[in-house]
Ligand binder design. Structure first.
Ligand SMILES: Cc1cc2nc3c(=O)[nH]c(=O)nc-3n(C[C@H](O)[C@H](O)[C@H](O)COP(=O)(O)O)c2cc1C
Length: 191
């Protein structure tokens, strides 16, 4: 392992079931990874499978297992994927109403390079609050993989199953790793 650590936050949408693909992408590049889930995402994932792969408990609440650290581990990058309409709007507003949202709020505040990969249908993505949320997050320096330039578009309502199969896990990791590298280079240049 390189010593680099990826924090992953999954939200309640179909691709959450495939988050092990992101963990494997990180492991392939010698990063460690840990998964935090929103309470709704717990209905979409198999925590035991993820835990056996990452070697870390899947965190979803403020309660932690005996002996486990309560504070957030240091992270070199944060990926929120799949990110729901609900959570994207909350993150943009700074809401922290569950453990996952509190983690995201704090990691963005700590300037940890953050990539958000929405999984939102076109009806929801067209809503003004959502468009404002994406613009606000980008203004804050968060990389939101959405739109033609990111080659990831909202799917038609009802078309989620097909789109889930091509969810851009590998690209999300590559973008996050690149952002983390740029932050390190920039910090080294300032010393
Ligand atoms: C089977 C199922 C699939 C869902 N798929 C999506 C989805 O693809 N995108 C989305 O934004 N919300 C989806 N939702 C709705 C979210 O789960 C819901 O908005 C929830 O409040 C999100 O919570 P979270 O953002 O805290 O994870 C789905 C819900 C269900 C039950």
């Amino acid at each position: 392992m390189t010593g680099d650590h990826l924090q992953i936050v999954v939200c309640g949408a179909g691709p959450a079931a495939d988050v092990t693909q992101l963990v494997r992408a990180a492991h392939d590049r010698a990063w460690t990874a840990a998964v935090t889930a929103t309470p709704n995402a717990m209905n979409f994932i198999e925590p035991e499978t993820i835990e056996s792969l990452t070697g870390q408990p899947v965190r979803s609440t403020y309660r932690s297992s005996p002996g486990a650290r309560r504070s957030l581990p240091a992270a070199d990058a944060l990926i929120v994927a799949p990110a729901t309409y609900n959570s994207i709007n909350k993150i943009a507003l700074g809401l922290a109403d569950n453990y996952a949202m509190t983690s995201v709020a704090e990691l963005i505040g700590r300037q940890v390079p953050t990539v958000i990969v929405p999984f939102v249908n076109a009806a929801l993505a067209g809503r003004l609050p959502f468009r404002r949320a994406v613009a606000s997050l980008r203004h804050e320096g968060v990389r939101v993989l959405l739109g033609p330039e990111e080659q990831w578009e909202p799917h038609p309502p009802g078309g989620g199953d097909e789109r889930q199969r091509v969810f851009p896990w590998a690209n999300a990791f590559e973008v996050a790793a690149k952002c983390a590298h740029e932050v390190r280079v920039s910090a080294a240049g300032q010393q």
